[in-house]
Ligand binder design. Structure first.
Ligand SMILES: Cc1cc2nc3c(=O)[nH]c(=O)nc-3n(C[C@H](O)[C@H](O)[C@H](O)COP(=O)(O)OP(=O)(O)OC[C@H]3O[C@@H](n4cnc5c(N)ncnc54)[C@H](O)[C@@H]3O)c2cc1C
Length: 315
């Protein structure tokens, strides 16, 4: 028997803040390839088209503090600076934050099988799913954990991926394709095990953009949110010309909310318009027995974040 062919595919380690915990608990047992010290993946620089390139190994603290990110991509800066703890943000990388594995307690328990391991059944579905999805899109009901994923979705970012296996290829894909539509359920992202995420590219900033990030959370610190929202708005002569709204914590993938965006575009920035737009946040929601509470939480979180971005004093 050639035992080498039976080894699980290697897993890259960037900052290691997610991977190390799965190694410690025994959920990740295969070989590890350390990519943490590659200067070519650690750059944050302006692109020729006025956009921004962010290397996969740039840390979340760097993203949150960078003057160009804060000026041109305030939603991303706020999201990167608002998650986890200062210690985690100092080590965690952009690539790792997109490709981190989900937080479901059944998935993280080395003694429990599930659709994201070798099983065909999601134990959270008929077990404890208090923190899980309200958009039941596939066999796994764990919410996607990536805050930066939601922010990059709102910014229409693309990623560059290099296959490191045989016949290595370079691909560019929209960040939405990194997550897929949640219907598969077996993975937290669509990249192959030997795909190296090289970096992220953001389009040129939208002039006059206002943005906000807000998370509804069961404790104030060091926890994934129950629901989170990133809102980007451009307002010309009092009328919304650009609206991008993305949410996390509610679906197996970060989600854009097109019905909310459509209810904002071309309309004046008033409390009534924001109320009406937020009223579409949970369109199509299919909550689980224990996650019904997230439906009003989602609507409220989106409404509050819209208010923050619009600069209305009551949020
Ligand atoms: C207390 C606490 C609270 C947290 N709260 C939040 C939160 O609210 N929102 C949130 O989004 N995150 C949160 N996190 C998670 C944290 O953001 C992630 O652990 C971190 O972003 C992962 O980045 P990393 O560089 O450490 O990844 P690693 O642990 O090194 O890797 C994570 C995964 O990504 C893969 N990977 C990493 N880089 C690449 C690459 N370049 N190419 C291909 N694959 C790669 C690895 O193989 C691994 O599977 C929290 C963490 C803690 C401990």
């Amino acid at each position: 028997v050639n035992t080498v062919t039976h080894l699980p595919a290697p897993e890259f380690r960037a900052g290691g803040t997610d991977l190390t915990e799965r190694r410690r608990s025994g959920v990740s047992t295969g070989p590890v390839v350390d990519i943490g010290h590659r200067p070519e993946l650690s750059r944050l620089q302006r692109a020729d088209d006025g956009g921004l390139r962010i290397g996969a190994l740039v840390t979340l603290a760097q993203v949150a503090a960078d003057a160009e990110v804060r000026a041109g991509y305030p939603g991303l800066a706020a999201a990167a600076g608002g998650l986890a703890t200062p210690q985690i943000r100092r080590v965690a990388t952009v690539g790792g934050s997109l490709l981190q594995r989900n937080r479901c307690w059944y998935y993280r328990n080395p003694h429990t099988d599930c659709v994201k391991k070798t099983g065909t059944h999601c134990p959270a579905r008929d077990g404890n799913h208090l923190y899980h999805v309200v958009f039941d899109l596939g066999p796994c009901v764990a919410p996607h954990p990536s805050t930066v994923g939601a922010a990059l979705l709102a910014h229409d970012a693309t990623v560059k991926v290099v296959g490191t296996g045989e016949g290595a290829t370079v691909r560019r894909l929209p960040v939405a394709e990194v997550f897929g539509d949640g219907r598969d359920g077996r993975h937290d992202h669509t990249l192959a095990p030997d795909d190296l995420l090289v970096g992220v590219r953001l389009p040129a900033p939208a002039a006059g953009e206002r943005a906000a990030y807000f998370r509804a959370i069961s404790r104030a610190y060091a926890e994934w949110p129950l629901v989170e929202a990133v809102v980007r708005l451009v307002v010309d002569d009092g009328v919304v010309s650009l609206a991008a709204v993305a949410v996390g914590g509610v679906a197996p993938v970060p989600l854009r909310l097109p019905a909310v965006e459509a209810a904002l575009r071309g309309r004046p920035v008033t409390a009534e318009v924001l109320d009406a737009a937020a009223g579409h946040a949970a369109d199509g929601a299919t909550p689980l027995p224990m996650t019904g509470y997230k439906v009003p939480l989602l609507t409220g979180t989106v409404r509050h974040t819209l208010g923050l971005a619009a600069g209305l004093s009551d949020g």
